[in-house]
Design a protein around this ligand. Structure first.
Ligand SMILES: [Zn+2]
Ligand SMILES: [Zn+2]
Length: 338
């Protein structure tokens, strides 16, 4: 599937890539749709898609089909997961141990295809072998799970804390599942509807229906004995929800701004509370090679089983329809198989 610009995704027949020095070609066994793809299809993406036309899709797992000269860590037939980016390793952010903020982050696309060509930097830094029997359709969750892991690490979620997640899309759910796996008490805030009902069996401590709860912030204060939550997380990317996340956190708490808002938007902040109650306000963006590796470990160990986040399975030629379902809010994640 080739992206030619906003609204223009085409099914094209391309030659199977041949790997040059340091490169690797993967056969894609499973790919997942992502809200980012829906956004990109609507308006393009300045960072992930610097130029068009380009192959499309960024969450995938597969099998090594061929390797270029100089690639010794992998051979044909190895099952692997690749992150969709590789940091440079030498800019100030990379040297400071924050490669997700790399000034020269190299992005890779092409999950919606039979094969994908991985460039040398990605092969060297962000391809993880799959050991054991982890199925490709679970392994493909490594990328979104790595984003969620980075965020949960930044907020230092601990056992016994109340963690409120606003938004029950796939990433909100992964964030909640990770917090629950750390024995936090997770409250999911969403809107009544099929997704809400479907995800109720994920085992979170509480669900709050934002459409009927009236004042969501008061409802959260109510269920936390008036104190507010230790950690609140926005996974909606809406500025008004960012404000609710700040309002619903308690003294000394941390607010995680996970959902990216429309560029140019701002929020209002209570300066008194932020200062005297020592609120920690955290952005969380993307992932690092370390988080990709840890996400694969988390999936392989069964500590997190993401299967219930797959709402549909569709063939490669129907990626357009799959993304349309996502755009209408009728799908969580769609598993794409060639
Ligand atoms: Zn994604
Ligand atoms: Zn860098």
């Amino acid at each position: 599937m080739v992206f030619h610009g906003p609204g223009d995704l085409r099914w094209e027949d391309l030659p199977v890539p041949a790997p040059a020095d340091g490169e690797l070609v993967m056969r894609i066994d499973a790919a997942l749709t992502c809200g980012t793809d829906v956004k990109t299809l609507r308006r393009g993406h300045p960072v992930m898609i610097p130029k068009v036309p380009t192959v499309f899709g960024h969450e995938f797992a597969g099998t090594v089909a061929s390797v270029g000269s100089g690639v010794s860590r992998f051979r044909e037939g190895d099952r692997v997961v690749a992150g969709n980016s590789a940091p440079c390793g030498s800019c100030p952010s990379c040297l400071a141990g924050r490669p997700n903020l790399c000034e020269d982050l190299l992005f890779v696309n092409g999950a919606y295809g039979e094969f994908i060509l991985l460039p040398p930097r990605l092969v060297a830094r962000n391809v993880v072998p799959l050991v054991g029997s982890l199925p490709a359709e679970r392994a493909a969750f490594a990328e979104p799970l790595a984003c969620a892991l980075l965020a949960i690490e930044r907020a230092r979620v601990e056992a016994g804390q109340t963690v409120v997640v606003f938004g029950h899309g796939p990433l909100g759910c992964l964030l909640g599942m990770l917090a629950a796996s750390r024995k936090a008490r997770v409250v999911m805030v969403g809107k009544a509807g099929w997704r809400f009902e479907r995800l109720k069996n994920l085992g979170f401590a509480r669900w709050l229906d934002a459409s009927s709860a009236g004042n969501v912030v008061e409802a959260i204060r109510d269920i936390t004995g008036g104190r507010g939550a230790e950690v609140t997380v926005d996974a909606t990317g809406r500025p008004e929800v960012w404000e609710q996340a700040v309002d619903a956190v308690g003294r000394g708490g941390s607010v995680l701004f996970f959902g990216g808002c429309t560029p140019g938007t701002t929020i209002r902040l209570d300066t008194r509370r932020t200062h005297y109650e020592e609120l920690t306000l955290l952005g969380a963006f993307h992932h690092t090679p370390e988080m990709i590796r840890r996400a694969v470990e988390t999936l392989a160990s069964g500590a997190l089983v993401p299967d219930s986040l797959i709402s549909h399975r569709m063939p490669l030629e129907e990626v357009g329809q799959a993304l349309a379902l996502m755009a209408k809010g009728e799908a969580l994640k769609v598993l794409i198989r060639a």
